[in-house]
Design a protein around this ligand. Structure first.
Ligand code: HEM
Length: 479
């Protein structure tokens, strides 16, 4: 009965609050710089997350407090090369992932991306890594499939001459077609040319994941009800597409699904579909938004000379020159990924048992630590002077090249870094080569800088307006 009295409630609340306060005041993280409130609550951080602004908020803290910042009672953000090495590369694949990654579980199964600990991850990676090796990506017919799609993209640009084109949508379509080519050929999508279900699937994947982020509790609740039936959740068209495509026989040997079928003694059909859906989602927003921000920047008057230099390199190169042997194209892509990393935000990990010293600070076990590419690419101004300036030429300087590459974190680092990196780079370079050897791009007058502000999504970032209108005009032929 006493437990029901208001006095008991008040006393219990006071005791629990007192204990919480003592815990906060004794935390070994108190030596780490950061806003005072972060010692007691994670609500400020959550507020910024809900406003799609976590990345910029954390970056502002780095600018104020330095490369090590406490951002919540149990969470610390780092931005140095030493921290990247320790958190993401120590013992090969770095520290274990946090439960944040449960949000990406598909059909109730863990995929390579969602495995939390090293051993589970290594087992899955051993199975499929060879399909993403550069040697597999750049051989035929893997590469010609991407080249064909880049060519289709340029034809769509040509049709838009005299008007404008929404790059945001069409680049997602390109990335969707390319990644599904690599996963399922000949059963990949053709959304660049279809107006129907393929386009809907692609939109579904890049839109609806947001629901999981903003309402994780609701999402978990729904997911729990559906998992036992392995039913599609918020992305029914995408789920159906992947379930069907991943069950097809007669797929090309370079595809991911051909490799997963070889392992059907250890992976059932739902594991295979889950792995494929995960890679499909991982390959759409990232490549699509990365290219979108980059082409927008190249179209600005401030960057126009870089667009011209790129066009010059592309027009002077012989058609036989491989896409990865064009130094200025490479510099443009590197600088694009540095300034506008498609995954600019924190990649959270747990500090292992016994705690670890990171960047000169002891961090106890189970604290959440992370680096975010947006800050890693900007904080060290000795390596990246004028860090907010888009300047591809910095990648052509021999001096400091090794340091710059060491600080590139767009694809993360270590054993859990992006497995699709070579595929993504091929997609980006082939598309830019097609476009900028044929067209000059300019922003549509209706677009504003604000519309292209970075807006955080679940695990990638997109332009705020989810729209990016550019105008294409053909390059005048000489002579
Ligand atoms: C510009 C394009 C891309 C960027 C910037 C990018 C970036 C990243 C980053 C930062 C991670 C680590 C995420 C984390 O630890 O939370 C990652 C992981 C991953 N990415 Fe990408 N990615 C891109 C394109 C792709 C593509 C095209 C695929 C195609 C399949 C892909 C598949 C994956 C997978 C499967 C993982 C999980 C790897 C693992 O856990 O071992 N990504 N990517």
């Amino acid at each position: 009965m006493i437990m029901l009295s208001p006095l008991f409630g008040i006393v219990a609340f006071a005791v629990l609050s007192g204990l919480y306060l003592i815990r906060c005041l004794l935390s070994p993280l108190n030596r780490i710089p950061g806003p005072a409130l972060a010692k007691y609550t994670s609500w400020v951080l959550k507020w910024h997350e809900l406003n799609a602004n976590r990345t910029k908020y954390i970056h502002s803290l780095h600018l104020k407090y330095g490369p090590v910042v406490r951002i919540a009672p149990n969470e610390v953000a780092f931005a140095s090369q030493g921290a990247v090495k320790e958190i993401y590369c120590s013992a090969g694949s770095g520290y274990d992932k946090t439960e944040f990654y449960d949000l990406f579980m598909v059909y109730g199964r863990r995929t390579m991306f969602t495995t939390l600990n090293k051993d589970d991850h290594a087992r899955r990676k051993r199975i499929l890594a060879d399909r993403y090796a550069n040697s597999n990506v750049v051989r035929q017919p893997s590469l010609s499939g991407i080249a064909e799609r880049a060519n289709s993209f340029a034809q769509i640009c040509a049709q838009s001459v005299g008007g404008s084109l929404d790059l945001f949508v069409i680049l997602h379509a390109y990335a969707f077609d390319c990644v599904t080519h690599h996963l399922f050929h000949p059963y990949g999508a053709n959304s660049l040319y279809s107006t129907s279900s393929d386009e809907e699937i692609m939109k579904e994947v890049y839109k609806d994941r947001l629901i999981q982020y903003y309402s994780p509790t609701l999402h978990k609740l729904i997911a729990k009800v559906l998992y036992p039936f392995a039913k599609p959740r918020e992305t029914p068209l995408a789920d159906r597409f992947v379930l069907e495509a991943s069950a097809q026989q007669g797929v090309a040997p370079f595809t991911l699904v051909s490799r997963l079928h070889e392992k059907s003694s250890t992976l059932d059909s739902l594991d295979i579909a889950a792995e494929c859906l995960d890679h499909m989602a991982a390959g759409i927003d990232t490549t699509g938004d990365g290219l979108c921000f980059l082409m927008w920047e190249l179209s600005q008057p401030r960057s126009f000379r870089f667009q011209q230099r790129l066009q010059q390199e592309l027009l002077e190169a012989s058609p036989e020159t491989a896409f990865d042997k064009l130094p200025f194209l490479d510099a443009v892509v590197m600088e694009g990924l540095r300034c506008f990393p498609a995954i600019p935000m924190s990649l959270p990990r747990y500090v292992p048992q016994g705690g670890r010293e990171i960047d000169g600070f002891f961090v106890p076990e189970r604290a959440i630590v992370s680096c975010q590419a947006y800050s890693v690419h900007r904080i060290d101004q000795a390596v990246f002077p004028q860090p907010d300036l888009f300047n591809p030429e910095r990648w052509l300087e021999e001096d400091g090249d090794a340091q710059r590459r060491r600080l590139m974190f767009a694809f993360a680092n270590g054993g859990r870094g992006c497995v699709g990196k070579h595929l993504a780079l091929a997609e980006m370079k082939l598309l830019l080569r097609e476009v900028y050897s044929r067209f000059i791009t300019l922003p549509d007058p209706s677009m504003t800088a604000e519309m292209m502000e970075m807006s955080d999504q679940l695990i990638s970032s997109r332009p705020l307006a989810a729209r990016c209108l550019l105008r294409f005009s053909p390059i005048a032929k000489k002579g």
